[in-house]
Ligand binder design. Structure first.
Ligand SMILES: C[S@@+](CC[C@H](N)C(=O)[O-])C[C@H]1O[C@@H](n2cnc3c(N)ncnc32)[C@H](O)[C@@H]1O
Length: 243
């Protein structure tokens, strides 16, 4: 009996420590995954929490170029959807400053655990666990969102776009960075991207070629009451994805 009792504090601290990944959703669930059509094209597997090395990206000026085109400003709330290892998160944090906020969202528990460790000293960063069809962000809270080298991995793009729109301030900017390639090679052809975003009610406001065959496409999110209802959304086909 005495021996069992001596283990109680250790067991208790394990229980109190909770799950390995503490990040959770920031909002109640939006529209459910099964309300939306699946994309009519391949979806790439999630293989890594980063696109390429941070030094190579800095050398290519990726963050500077995307930040300028997106017009991020101090005081803004910026959501990084599919934040991975946090390349953008740690650069956005000083840019939006103490009056702003970075919502670092992802769906992969191991990546979220590592990201929490990386950003633990950044007071304006919140790590969020979302779902493939729903980033689970608070309604009407986000000025700008970025989805960097991850759009081709979203199993439920129409659900994610529908639920993301509810988290955006009216007219909020959504920037998508991807390689101009087919989804099975971890890219999204711009014409296919435009078709899917348009089907979800988004309006393209800018397109910027980036280095190494990538691009940034910028869209304006639809107001919540202007989103096409899930059952009316028709998926897009693109000949380029059939290769
Ligand atoms: C190649 S990594 C890119 C990470 C980061 N954006 C970057 O540029 O380094 C793709 C990330 O997207 C995440 N992801 C895939 N599908 C997602 C979804 N539906 N919602 C949110 N994140 C997703 C993966 O877990 C992974 O961390």
């Amino acid at each position: 009996m005495i021996r069992i009792l001596t283990h109680v504090p250790a067991l208790l601290s394990l229980v109190l420590a909770g799950p390995v990944c503490a990040a959770g959703p920031l909002a109640p669930a939006g529209a459910p995954a099964d309300a939306f059509p699946k994309p009519d094209r391949p979806v790439a597997e999630i293989v890594a929490p980063r696109w390429s090395s941070e030094s190579a990206r800095d050398k290519a000026g990726e963050f500077t170029e995307v930040a300028r085109a997106m017009g991020f400003a101090p005081g803004e709330t910026v959501a990084d959807i599919g934040a991975g290892s946090g390349y953008y998160v740690v650069r956005l944090s000083p840019l939006v400053g103490p009056g702003g906020r970075v919502l670092a969202e992802d769906v992969t528990p191991d990546y979220l655990t590592a990201l929490e460790t990386r950003v633990k000293d950044l007071a304006n960063v919140t790590v969020v666990r979302g779902e493939p069809h729903d980033p689970r962000l608070p309604p009407a809270s986000v000025d700008a969102a970025i989805l960097v080298h991850m759009y081709h991995e979203i199993t439920q793009p129409f659900g994610l776009l529908y639920n993301l729109a509810a988290a955006m301030h009216p007219g909020g900017r959504v920037g998508i960075v991807d390689a101009d390639d087919i989804p099975s090679r971890h890219g999204t052809p711009p014409a296919l991207l435009r078709c899917e975003l348009t089907a979800a009610g988004y309006r393209e406001t800018g397109f910027h070629p980036l280095k190494d065959g990538a691009y940034l496409a910028v869209f304006s999110a639809p107001a919540t009451d202007r989103r096409p209802s899930p059952e009316t959304i028709r998926p897009c086909r693109d000949g380029a994805t059939r290769r």
